[in-house]
Design a binder for this molecule. Structure first.
Ligand code: DMJ
Length: 741
């Protein structure tokens, strides 16, 4: 499966891929479901018969018992509690004299609870009710948006207004939320969304969008909606409208064809943005025109699934080829700098992190391996290499409590670590656990012959990092994490590889605070380890920690992860609710109560954060981890077999024992002039004109970039500013609603 950089988005591999020979849009126009037939062929006809266990449950699952939502119930509950307390007091249960009459209540057994005693005995917890409360939070957020900004791509829940990216809007919020509505069985909301899509949604709009964000949120949302509605007919919010379920895949294919324009570069690495109408790629306005590594390498699950669905090879090839270009750089220990030039496919600078711009590269390595049913071993190999690199270079320990920290190397692997974690890094505990067991429970995986000390070790890393991410929540005044957390380290830093096996430091066994007694430290556990700078203290309703809690719960079965999630959900309810009590917003500081709202609802609040809360509290039978992969925006795709139509179209270049390419010592002369390498001391301004683009309109943006991104001092300043969130909260495209990667 050779990559052809000249292959345009409309060119099809009709012979190889058994296309109908018609344009897709012709076949889509056929309401008899030509595309559906193709799809069921691609997956094998029996797919629809293999429904999971929860198929037997009623549609109202998992809740439906409660008619009054929690936000209306609060007052009722308050009245009931006051009444119970009064009656109890009257009859002596809480009476000051009760100890005289009810001594047996003070059983010693009640005192000897585990370190998680706050939650001990939680067999009685009604998790279905908690899932129902998450569903109600979604309904609240969504109905407020429906009422005040329907069809807009951004929403301000305090001002009660929104904004469209384009005249018609791109469905940024609606499409991202489709599969959450399905999983929550929100039929009315889903029908409304489908009607809007049918009447309004077109991607032929003259607008520049982020290649990555549009792929993970919109393409991912459409594909997941297609998967849930077609593979589980009648299960997830079955709708009763006249619209075809093919709508999702038709729009997905149309959108993907437009996005492919971003891949028409000399190397095949996609440009940061693309114009949906002209289908021309556009380089980043910052970062020397380079694309983010994570962005270029986190479109593969979506495009490959689309290829599998449609039988069209072009999406698969374009996405897969990026992986080859990246891997041909043979970066040491599988750790990649966070920027890559789309023209030559070489990295820019030496900044290495698993936070913004780096994160989902690693996530998509292991998920590509799982997506194709573990048939493409090279992605697993790449993931494992990265894990070795993470252990060797990035894992360190906080002082004084020894939380495991997944730090950054901002100036290359030979330089000291920067003890900083973006909240984004918190996808890692769950992803490591997923990689370790392949999605099985630990108990199941331990029975496999392939299980050994490496897996046990990785599982401990997952558990320890999970603690670290949870600590980001417990140390703040609101119980919510800031955007970025710094750590105090030991001096000199203790590194993971300084220890072996059981000698490794571990974080606190418990987060329980000491009672408020003079002389005792009653501050939250980890207070001296965590540093949250004022500029980093905002909370954007991000999902990564609850995402990991969901994986950790499913994989380990340890209920503390559900309990942490419940505490976190309550903190969101308490501190991010708008003054009218009808919506939720991101907030300015996790350390000041009462909170001030940023007046923005991110689309991933609906697509990811609330979905993961819902799944964490729901039955494990919903979307078993052994059957699906979630994309980086929490959209669910099925795992599938390569089958006859697909195969891995590339091989890794051979390396020596040190990971260096054997043929040419890291040659492929990536001759990068100083002009183009602002990370090199003394380098001058960057001209985007030096990015050699094929068929793009890049030449129209030849202006010299502003000083702030073009010289060494400024780059350093930029890096510091990253700490002040500039990189974690980007707005890469002008006139576009805030996009947070
Ligand atoms: C989401 O859009 C995705 O999870 C992405 O990979 C990272 N940023 C946000 C959520 O924080």
């Amino acid at each position: 499966m050779a990559y052809n950089s000249q292959t345009g988005p409309t060119q099809r591999h009709t012979d190889t891929w058994q296309s109908s020979g018609q344009s897709r849009f012709e076949s889509i126009g056929n309401s008899n479901g030509g595309i559906t037939n193709k799809i069921s062929e691609a997956f094998g006809g029996d797919r629809r018969n293999s429904l999971p266990m929860y198929k037997d449950k009623p549609f109202s699952y998992p809740g439906g018992r409660r008619k009054v939502p929690w936000y209306r119930r609060r007052r009722i509950i308050g009245v009931v509690l006051v009444s119970i307390a009064t009656i109890s007091w009257w009859f002596g249960i809480l009476s000051p004299l009760s100890h005289l009459t009810r001594p047996s209540e003070k059983s010693p057994a009640k005192k000897s609870q585990s370190s998680w005693s706050l939650f001990a005995g939680s067999g009685a917890v009604d998790w279905e009710d908690r899932a129902q409360q998450v569903k109600e939070a979604f309904q609240l957020s969504f109905s407020d948006y429906e009422k005040h900004a329907w069809g807009d791509d951004e929403y301000h829940p305090v001002a009660k207004d929104g904004k469209k990216m384009t005249q018609n809007g791109l469905g940024w919020i609606i499409v991202d939320a489709l599969d959450t509505m399905m999983l929550m069985n929100l039929t009315t909301e889903l029908q409304h969304a489908r009607q809007w899509m049918h009447n309004n949604l077109t991607y032929d709009q003259d607008h520049d969008v982020s290649t990555f964000e549009t792929t993970i949120r919109i393409l991912g949302g459409l594909l997941s909606a297609h998967y849930l509605s077609n593979s589980f007919p009648g299960v997830y919010a079955p709708v009763n409208d006249s619209l075809s379920d093919d709508m999702y895949i038709e729009k997905a294919a149309e959108l993907a064809d437009r996005l492919l324009g971003a891949f028409n570069t000399q190397s095949g690495v996609p440009l940061a943005s693309v114009n949906l109408h002209s289908q021309e790629g556009i380089p980043s306005h910052a970062d020397g025109g380079a694309s983010s590594t994570a962005e270029a390498t986190s479109v593969q699950l979506e495009l490959k699934y689309l290829s599998k669905l449609t039988g069209e090879a072009v999406y698969w090839e374009k996405a897969e080829h990026v992986m080859k270009v990246v891997d041909d750089n043979a970066e040491p220990d599988g750790l990649l700098p966070i920027f890559i030039y789309a023209d030559r496919g070489v990295f820019r600078g030496n900044n290495i992190r698993l936070g913004s711009r780096g994160d989902s590269y690693y996530e998509y390595l292991i998920k590509q391996y799982l997506q194709t049913s573990q048939e493409e071993s090279l992605y697993n190999e790449m993931w494992k290499e990265s894990m070795v690199g993470i252990k060797k270079h990035l894992l360190t320990y906080s002082s004084p409590s020894n939380f495991t920290v997944l730090a950054e190397k901002q100036n290359g692997l030979d330089h000291p670590v920067t003890p900083k974690m973006d909240h984004l890094v918190c996808f890692m505990p769950g992803t490591i656990a997923l990689a370790t067991t392949g999605g099985q429970t630990v108990a199941q995986a331990r029975r496999d012959r392939s299980w050994g000390s490496e897996q046990e070790e990785d599982l401990i890393i997952a558990e320890e990092l999970m603690k670290t991410c949870w600590g980001m929540y417990t140390v703040t005044a609101t119980g919510l994490a800031g955007e970025i957390t710094h750590f105090n380290l030991h001096d000199p830093p203790l590194m993971y590889n300084d220890f072996s096996g059981g000698e490794r430091p571990t974080g606190p066994k418990s987060f329980e605070r000491q009672p408020n007694i003079p002389g005792m430290d009653s501050r939250p556990v980890g207070t001296d380890d965590y540093i949250i700078k004022n500029a980093d203290a905002h909370n954007l309703q991000r999902p990564e920690t609850v995402e990991s809690l969901f994986y950790m719960w499913r994989i380990t079965g340890d209920e503390k992860y559900r309990q942490w999630g419940w505490q976190m959900f309550q903190a969101f309810k308490k501190h991010t609710l708008t003054p009218d009590g009808l919506a939720f917003s991101s907030i300015n500081s996790v350390n000041s109560v009462p909170t001030t709202l940023r007046d923005n609802m991110e689309s991933f609040w609906l697509a990811e954060t609330l979905k993961y809360f819902f799944l964490l509290f729901s039955s494990n039978d919903i979307l078993p981890l052994t059957d699906v992969v979630f994309n980086t925006e929490a959209h669910a795709f099925p795992r599938f077999q390569l089958g006859k139509l697909f195969k891995t179209g590339w091989e890794r270049k051979p390396r020596d024992e040190n990971g260096h390419l054997i043929e040419q010592a890291k040659a492929e002369p990536a001759i990068v002039s100083k002009e183009e390498q602002p990370d090199i001391p003394g380098a001058g301004p960057v001209k985007i004109a030096t990015v050699h683009l094929t068929e793009t309109r890049a030449m129209s943006v030849t202006s010299t970039l502003s000083d702030s991104s073009s010289n060494t001092d400024a780059v350093k300043a930029d890096r510091e500013a990253a700490s002040a969130t500039a990189e974690a909260t980007i707005t890469p495209i002008m006139d576009e609603p805030q996009l947070v990667t």
